[in-house]
Design a protein around this ligand. Structure first.
Ligand code: C5P
Length: 293
């Protein structure tokens, strides 16, 4: 085995997200179509002659022991029940934090894959899925990848056909981050069960680019759009400015990331420029299939 190797941790977007009900355990049951995009963090794994797991991140604020990468390593070590070879994990952070893009969850999933490999633990994908669910609701999806209908608290996954290729422009208002817990605490309960996600799932099953784009052009694709949070004004303002230009930004997950999907590269590039001109941060990327990671 190589003494060092990289694992990519892609960002995810929610093409639609419907919250169904609050559960007795405090989580919410939902239905969401999740999709990975090419924007990714990168984890470098290096075997060390010493014992223990060392963790570094290019963003010093994320280098602590509460990082999901570190927690994934600790949990895997615990499950293995033995002292494991030393390893240094360096996380090269590209995905915006607390943006609704599952960056931290994807890092945790990549950590499980990388450590299972470099510690030669031999855990199956099913074993790793169980550990992933303990780390966070989106971690099982990030381990699975591709195009998925997620149910339960986000951890029950139904594989869908790969989404047809789209260019994706992510748009973030500057200086805004939103915690997932805060978003789930403050959405409008009148809208439980809305939007009805079935038309999106059917469009994906038919591989109909036109119907997928039509779904995204609706006024309402995500129950969490109704969450009233510090920062949601900036999200609403960026969204309105882009809509005034004829664009159709959609909220991903618990936000604040918005995204737009395009069939045509030049349109995507113009949209990314428009985001920057409206003082947002733009990321031009594309949809990826589960096999690409
Ligand atoms: O699972 P994760 O740690 O990512 O969830 C963070 C928080 O988001 C939870 O503590 C909960 O408040 C909220 N959440 C929820 N329902 C979900 C997922 C997350 O209420 N399906």
């Amino acid at each position: 085995m190589d003494r060092s190797f990289f694992v990519r941790a892609p960002a995810k977007i929610n093409l639609g997200l419907t919250i169904l009900r609050r559960r007795p355990d405090g989580y919410h049951d939902l239905e969401s179509v999740m999709q990975q995009v090419s924007l990714a963090d990168v984890l470098l794994f290096e075997l060390l002659p010493t014992k223990g797991c060392r963790f570094l991140c290019t963003d010093p604020d994320l280098s602590g022991k509460d990082n999901l990468v570190y927690r994934a390593a600790a949990m895997l070590e615990d499950q293995a029940g033995k002292v494991l070879p030393g390893v240094r994990i360096t996380l090269f952070k590209n995905i915006p934090v607390e943006a609704g893009l599952a960056g931290g969850s994807s890092d945790a999933a990549a950590a499980l894959l990388g450590l299972n490999h470099c510690w030669q633990l031999g855990f199956s994908k099913t074993d790793l899925m169980g550990i992933a669910a303990l780390l966070g609701s989106d971690v099982p999806y990030c381990l699975h990848g591709g195009t998925v209908l997620a149910r339960g608290r986000g951890d029950k996954l139904e594989k869908l056909p790969d989404l047809p290729f789209f260019w994706v422009v992510l748009a973030l208002p500057r200086g805004v981050s939103i915690s997932t817990a805060a978003a789930y605490n403050s959405f409008d309960r009148e809208l439980l069960g809305k939007p009805e996600i079935r038309p999106l799932v059917d469009a994906i099953k038919r591989s109909s680019k036109k119907d997928i784009i039509n779904w995204l052009a609706r006024d309402f694709t995500n129950t969490l759009e109704t969450a009233i949070l510090p920062g949601s004004d900036q999200v609403g303002e960026l969204s309105s400015k882009l809509r005034a230009l004829g664009l159709k930004p959609v909220l991903s997950g618990s936000g604040p990331a918005l995204f737009m999907m395009f069939d045509n590269y030049n349109l995507a590039r113009s949209a990314a420029r428009a985001v920057e001109e409206e003082s947002g941060r733009a990321y031009l990327c594309w949809t990826i299939t589960g096999d690409e990671e």
